[in-house]
Design a protein around this ligand. Structure first.
Ligand code: NAD
Length: 356
């Protein structure tokens, strides 16, 4: 398997380095060869070649089986013009790879229950394990938008929410397929009582659901879903939702687990390499200090094994190894509690690799 690796800026290179250590341990244990090709993106690319996303990077990513990304950005490049900022690289690569489904698991390890802002009794004995599938190409983000002066003074601004049958169908299939490998439940979230685009969404999801009779499909309005996520999050398995609602609900679901340093993500397209990255940014405040938590990136690599390479056992080995290391009491500073053994980025990576 050929993996394009974008270490990026800030803590990006530190967390990516440990993820490669873990993937190599998986390779040894399961007899796979992973080839890593490092490429430039973000601030480091701006410094080296003057643009955030060099053509060569795109070319190598397109010709790989998957892309692993650390994080990009930092104060050094904050005053660059919009299209020359590190974040422009992120948007560019997502577009170039045709990524339409963003997948964000919110998994709370039972060892970290106290890190959540919710009461511990809200969670099941074994923590929490839900997953949000967010559509990425439609909705308010990409519909007609504009602003005009009004004759009576003041202005009018609009963003139109648009979905096509095709867009809904392909992301729905991603959610149903993922649910098959989990607890076989999909909750589709919309606002079909008010929005026409949501009514189309609901019709198409229901129709696609008929192809998956083994999956329990339910529909929920987004206001109720926001409430249910904090009232009884364990009722959910896979949450399927639109670009706008997914933006908000995936952050809400993620924060149930307490720590940014623990949250992985994947973005998938059709027949093209998926992009795997932690939810967090480049954390310039702790960069270069061996303090960053590499688990979000390591768990992103587990998603890569599962969704891009079909290596379920290997993915599980990584996830279980993370659980074991936490069980043994090892913590990076961001998740450390009393009585825990505080370790750095490198030691955390080494421990997880060793436990595989
Ligand atoms: P951030 O996620 O980088 O950091 C927020 C806080 O969480 C900081 O205190 C940081 O130290 C902490 N944190 C984040 N990841 C951590 C980890 N793995 N271990 C321990 N602590 C961790 O968000 P920010 O400070 O708003 O942004 C910093 C830079 O990152 C900005 O330039 C921003 O544009 C960029 N950014 C990039 C991405 C991306 O590459 N996908 C995403 C978000 C932000």
């Amino acid at each position: 398997m050929k993996i394009a690796v974008i270490p990026g800026d800030g803590i990006g290179p530190e967390v990516v380095e440990q993820t490669i250590v873990v993937l190599n341990a998986v390779g040894r244990k399961f007899n796979h060869r992973f080839y890593f090709e490092e490429v430039l993106m973000g601030g480091t690319a701006i410094d080296a070649v003057g643009v955030p996303l060099p053509d060569e990077t795109l070319e190598i990513c397109r010709n790989s089986d998957a892309v692993l990304l650390g994080a990009v950005g930092g104060p050094k490049w904050d005053n660059m013009p919009g299209d020359l900022r590190p974040e422009a690289g992120l948007l560019g690569i997502r577009k170039a790879l045709g990524l339409f489904a963003n997948i964000r698991p919110a998994k709370l390890f039972p060892q970290l229950k106290s890190a959540s802002t919710l009461k511990e009794e809200v969670f099941a004995e074994d923590g929490l394990d839900i997953l949000v599938v967010r559509e990425l190409t439609g909705d308010l983000y990409f519909g007609d938008k504009g602003r005009e002066e009004l004759p009576q003074g003041g202005q009018r601004a609009w963003d139109v929410a648009v979905y096509t049958t095709h867009e809904v169908e392909r992301v729905a299939r991603v959610a149903f397929d993922i649910a098959r490998g989990r607890r076989r439940k999909v909750a589709s979230i919309d606002k079909a009582n008010v929005l026409e685009s949501s009514r189309l969404w609901r019709e198409v999801v229901s129709r696609v659901g008929k192809d998956y009779p083994d999956i329990e499909l339910s529909h929920m309005y987004v206001d109720n879903a926001a409430m249910q996520l904090v009232r009884n999050p364990a009722q959910f398995d896979v949450i399927l939702t639109t670009n706008m609602f997914g933006d908000i609900l995936s952050d809400e679901a993620a924060m149930l687990t307490g720590s940014l340093g623990m949250l992985p993500s994947a973005s998938l397209g059709q027949g093209r390499p998926g992009l795997y990255e932690p939810v967090h940014g480049s954390a310039p405040d702790i960069a270069g200090q061996d303090k960053a938590n590499p688990i979000a990136t390591i768990m992103s690599a587990a998603m890569m094994l599962r969704y891009s390479f079909g290596m379920d056992d290997e993915a599980l080995a990584v996830e279980e190894s993370v659980g074991r290391v936490l069980q043994q009491g090892y913590r990076t500073p961001d998740i450390a509690g009393t009585g825990m053994v505080v370790v750095g980025t490198r030691e955390m990576g080494r421990l997880i690799a060793e436990n595989i």
